[in-house]
Design a protein around this ligand. Structure first.
Ligand code: PLP
Length: 395
């Protein structure tokens, strides 16, 4: 099933190439969730009857699937409402300890969820905030970073696994080592990698991590917070009330959503390896066709170490938003969905050294499970025609 079929009921019409913003639910995920809306609607915290026991069992089964996908143990996973909530839980939960001990160190190209949470902690708690720069490909200079923490030890280092706009993949192990050597907590935003490329929180030395179901063909409104066991990390809960999620996230959990998250993780664990290759081919097919046919275009980010499903292409002399409007059947974006109403050029593209005009000339195209070659060829044609038309009109 292609994204065009899902939207139009057959054939290529509208094509969804914005899978870094969110993904379509996999029908197998919908199937797994259905019972938990209509029949097994118990509250997992209800210990007195079978409805509660069934819901609790389903939640624990899903927790096992989510943990397995990132090589964690089930009790290291806490369910939340989104990756944004998990990021807030992790960083704000650490903040009381940080005020006394150290600063927050992060990177200029992080998602707004990390940047704004860090800024808020810094504003309200007086915790110093340090932002590491990146080079043209979106990478942090690891040697400079190691040197910087030697003189001023951090309390927490927050580095994303892969950038949501340009796809650059950071070498998390290197930052985990820097954190370890300076006795800092290492947090990573895994939102764009879980279910797309292999993730091993243990091998990468991650202490805290956040991700969500809707980026891997699971439902919206459910996220996960990973807290490494045995490191003595205690978080001050963001949401208090009952003892759900071991008191870390009070409130009746979203059982159908959690079941869907578990199923999405199970499917990703089975299919991710082959899917990454197939999706990478789709991305390369589009990129090479456009680079061959259109002059004055470029690809942002690291050409090698990047997400297989992501490309970010600049079209000189064109406004990315005008291009998106012109080829309205093709759903792509200029940046992350939550900042897409921002008129300023992308902070990620500015950070990799683009001028305002060049940053505004870029479009992010991100592929997913339901895209196929027909859709990609259709998109290539649309982009080509729109770019030529817009360039003709501005001459
Ligand atoms: N972090 C990254 C890297 C993202 O791409 C996103 C969503 O676009 C988020 C965090 C926020 O995820 P959620 O929508 O689950 O809050």
């Amino acid at each position: 099933m292609t994204s065009g079929q899902r939207l139009k009921g057959g054939g290529v019409g509208r094509v969804y190439l914005d899978n870094n913003a969110t993904t379509a639910l996999d029908p197998r995920v919908v199937h797994a969730m259905q019972d938990f809306f209509l029949d097994a609607y118990g509250n997992p915290a209800s210990r007195d009857h079978a409805f509660g026991w069934d819901a609790a069992e389903a939640v624990e089964c899903a927790r096992g699937e989510v943990a397995a996908l990132v090589n964690a143990t089930p009790h290291e996973i806490t369910f939340t409402g989104s990756a944004t909530e998990s990021i807030n839980c992790a960083l704000k939960g650490l903040a009381p300890a940080l005020s006394a001990e150290g600063r927050i160190v992060t990177c200029v190209t992080e998602h707004a969820a990390v940047l704004e949470t860090s800024r808020q902690i810094s504003r309200f708690r007086g915790v110093p905030l340090v932002m590491w720069p990146v080079d043209r490909t979106g990478h942090i200079d690891v040697a400079a970073a190691a040197e910087a923490v030697r003189s001023v030890p951090p309390g927490v280092i927050a580095i994303m696994a892969a950038n949501n706009e340009i796809g650059t993949i950071h070498s998390l192990g290197a930052f985990a080592r820097i954190a370890q050597e300076s006795a800092a907590v290492f947090f990573s935003d895994l939102t764009q990698v879980v279910g797309r490329i292999p993730v091993d929180v243990r091998a990468d030395g991650i202490d805290l991590a956040a991700f969500s179901a809707h980026k891997l063909h699971g439902p919206k409104g459910v996220g996960a917070l990973y807290i490494r066991a045995g490191r003595g990390i205690t978080l001050e809960p963001l949401i208090v009330g009952g003892s759900e999620e071991r008191g870390l996230r009070a409130g009746t959990p979203n059982v159908p959503g959690i079941v869907g998250f578990g199923e999405a993780c199970r499917i990703a664990r089975m299919e991710m390896k082959d899917e990454a290759v197939r999706i990478g081919r789709l991305r390369d097919r589009l990129e090479s066709a456009l680079l061959a046919d259109l002059p004055d275009i470029w690809v942002n980010g690291d050409p090698v170490n990047r997400l297989p499903n992501t490309t970010n292409i600049g079209f000189a002399g064109i406004d990315g938003r005008a291009l998106i409007r012109d080829m309205h059947e093709i759903a792509v974006s200029t940046r992350s969905a939550c900042s897409s109403s921002d008129e300023r050029p992308s902070h990620v593209l500015k950070a990799v050294g683009l001028s305002d005009d060049d940053a505004r000339a870029c479009v992010r195209i991100s592929f997913g499970r339901f895209n196929d070659e027909n859709e990609v060829d259709y998109a290539i044609d649309k982009v080509r025609c729109s770019v030529r038309r817009l360039r003709r009109n501005t001459r």
